[in-house]
Design a protein around this ligand. Structure first.
Ligand code: ADP
Ligand code: MG
Length: 613
């Protein structure tokens, strides 16, 4: 019988391989931009027509290529960046597989002009469907210009898969953004259909973010900075109020390469857990640097997927560093009350056994409480067992004292590689006057600043944290009622109640099924709590269920948030100064007094000193 196997002609093999690297115009853009960066360019121009269908051109002022290299670069596995396989574990360049230009040349008409600064003349290469059409000397500027025309001219199937110009150009912008962000020292321009769409001057990382995403980003970011001999984490995080339901600007770079990494992404988002409601996403721009030997970038042809050797350790560091930054910067108003938080991220000893820091999974983490005292703000008056919690004679001198006091680093108490500690100066302000308007807005003056606080929202935050703590640690004791009230619930609600009954008990609600859909309310958390338990429970169950459906919320959080929302409006009104002060104590002892767990602003500050000139 005849043999069946034959070798594919090069042109066919190249076309097939090209499919891995070049799926759409944006993939070609990415490869060309990365080559320009690898060539050490200072200025990179991207010119695009018809979302890349007609033309993609990248012009750089990098090191250029010799006459021979200009032809060789289109060969498969032709690269100047590595010579042996180990090299990919110390790689400093974006490329190393030597397949981008070969792939592009297989499926487009390519014109390359290049010149090394040290050469007299440059080189021109024309190549179409892997076939060299021209290879001559030419005059051209130092650097390289590659123009790709008629992408997929010989692969109609791919061409037909392309989406609208809007979508394709969106993808191009995204690739452009990823490269431009992480190289803020390089000047980038992007022209689309003759129009200058981006003009990015060299600057620092923050300036680059702002010049790409707009000046409104200036005030939306706070820095993240953390360095040990194992990892360097830097960049910017979005303030909670800049989080979005969809398409948040989220950029993670590992060793200057944009990467997609689910678990690292989760490390970042979960650090925002108590600051943001579920289903919304914070912007972030984070650069991680680790030893390249611990990163495998060669697991996909486009190199956006990577594998980290110390996956869990990096996770822990990243999660902790994000939490630390949130603690320091998202809470600026709270720093007025001086929670001088010294969070200690220790260095890893050179040969230490690395392990995941325990804090990475601590849902009750509260940077403003000593470790062990947990989260929550229910403590009486906010005084901890702390070593130094003097009652200040008056608020002004108190604040002055704090401002002048040096911040002392905190000693770590255990051998854990990474740990948060706080420096509790938990004395909170006492106000001597207050005003409540519309029964909802509390105004108090603290150190020349007027705080306008939404009482209901504040209650939501306070109660939420108390509940979460009760669910995860110290349950609340129900106050038994002498005459249990009976409530009636229909099918789904009755089932749900049965399901969360145990948890409700931890929150002080002792609700017992009697018969059919009838339940006896034997106890509630506060003896004085009256109100309509039937409605409270119904609303609670409905809210709980809709949270569950819409965002797969964690059980405890869901219950805490649902109940807090029901209760915020029925809390006892504030009617006297001691109550107001107690309320302030509780609010400012929470993890995040600025925002409700549903993401709403709790108070506004008016700087009266400035207001009055
Ligand atoms: P890789 O980047 O993986 O090496 P490419 O196919 O993208 O593979 O490029 C092949 C080679 O062509 C590169 O290794 C580099 O030597 C050269 N090259 C490509 N683009 C440029 C450029 N803009 N400037 C200088 N040299 C380039
Ligand atoms: Mg390349």
């Amino acid at each position: 019988m005849e043999d069946l196997i034959h070798l594919l002609p090069d042109a066919v093999a190249n076309q097939i391989a090209a499919g891995e690297v070049v799926q759409r115009p944006a993939s070609a853009v990415k490869e060309l931009l990365e080559n320009a960066i690898d060539a050490g360019s200072h200025t990179v121009q991207l010119i695009v027509k018809d979302a890349g269908r007609t033309l993609i051109q990248v012009i750089d002022d990098g090191k250029g290529m010799s006459f021979n290299d200009a032809r060789l670069c289109f060969e498969r596995h032709a690269t100047s960046k590595i010579t042996k396989v180990e090299d990919i574990f110390s790689i400093q360049t974006k490329g190393f597989r030597g397949e981008a230009l070969a792939s592009i040349a297989a499926i487009a008409h390519v014109e390359l002009k290049t010149k090394r600064p040290e050469d007299e003349t440059g080189t021109l290469v024309l190549i179409e469907g892997s076939e060299i059409k021209e290879h001559t000397l030419t005059t051209t500027a130092d650097g390289t210009s590659i123009a790709i025309r008629n992408l997929f001219f010989n692969v109609p199937a791919r061409r037909n898969f392309l989406k609208s110009d809007n979508t394709e150009f969106g993808c191009i912008e995204e690739e452009f953004t990823r490269v431009a962000l992480i190289h803020p020292d390089v000047e980038f321009t992007l022209y689309h259909n003759g129009k200058l769409t981006y003009d990015l001057k060299p600057g620092n990382f923050k300036q680059r973010i702002v010049s790409i995403f707009g000046s409104h980003f200036k005030d939306k970011l706070f820095p993240i900075e953390h360095e040990t001999n194992f990892i360097k984490i830097s960049g910017f995080l979005g303030k909670p109020e800049s989080a979005k339901k969809k398409k948040a600007e989220q950029y993670l770079f590992v060793n200057h390469r944009f990467v997609k990494h689910n678990s690292l992404h989760f490390a970042i988002e979960s650090a925002y857990e108590q600051v943001l409601p579920d289903g919304v996403h914070p912007p972030y721009f984070i650069c991680i640097e680790v030893d390249p030997a611990t990163v495998d970038v060669n697991i996909s042809p486009t190199k956006v997927d990577i594998k980290l050797q110390d996956d869990r350790v990096v996770y822990g560091f990243l999660n902790a560093a994000v939490k630390k930054s949130i603690g320091e910067f998202a809470l600026v108003p709270r720093l007025d009350f001086d929670y001088n938080t010294e969070l200690d991220l220790n260095h890893v000893p050179e040969h230490a056994q690395l392990r995941v820091p325990p804090v990475a999974h601590d849902p009750t983490y509260n940077p403003f409480h000593t470790s062990g005292s947990g989260g929550g703000g229910s403590s009486s008056g906010g005084h901890s067992t702390g070593q130094h919690s003097p009652t200040p004679p008056d608020w002004e001198s108190f604040v002055r004292g704090i401002q002048e006091a040096p911040i002392t680093p905190v000693q770590t108490t255990t051998q854990s590689t990474l740990q948060f500690e706080s420096n509790p100066q938990e004395s909170l302000p006492e106000v001597d006057a207050y005003l409540i308007t519309q029964r909802r807005y509390l105004s108090v003056k603290i150190d020349d600043k007027l705080y306008l606080i939404d009482i209901q929202r504040a209650n939501e935050r306070i109660i939420y944290e108390e509940y979460l703590q009760a669910l995860q640690g110290q349950p609340m004791a129900p106050q038994q009622s002498l005459f249990p009230e009976t409530i009636t619930l229909t099918g789904a609600r009755a089932e749900l109640l049965a399901d969360i009954r145990e948890d409700l008990l931890k929150l002080g609600y002792d609700i017992e099924p009697i018969s059919g859909g009838n339940f006896a309310v034997n106890g509630t958390p506060y003896a004085e709590e009256s109100g309509d338990v039937q409605t409270l429970v119904e609303c609670l169950l409905d809210d709980y269920q809709s949270n569950q459906l819409s965002h797969r919320t964690d059980r405890d959080k869901n219950l805490a948030i649902s109940l807090a929302r029901q209760k915020k409006a029925v809390m006892k009104p504030l009617t006297a100064l001691p109550e107001v002060n107690h309320f302030l104590q509780r609010l400012f002892s929470t993890l995040l007094p600025t925002i409700t767990p549903s993401g709403k602003k709790i108070y506004e500050i008016v700087d009266t000193a400035r207001l009055l000139g």
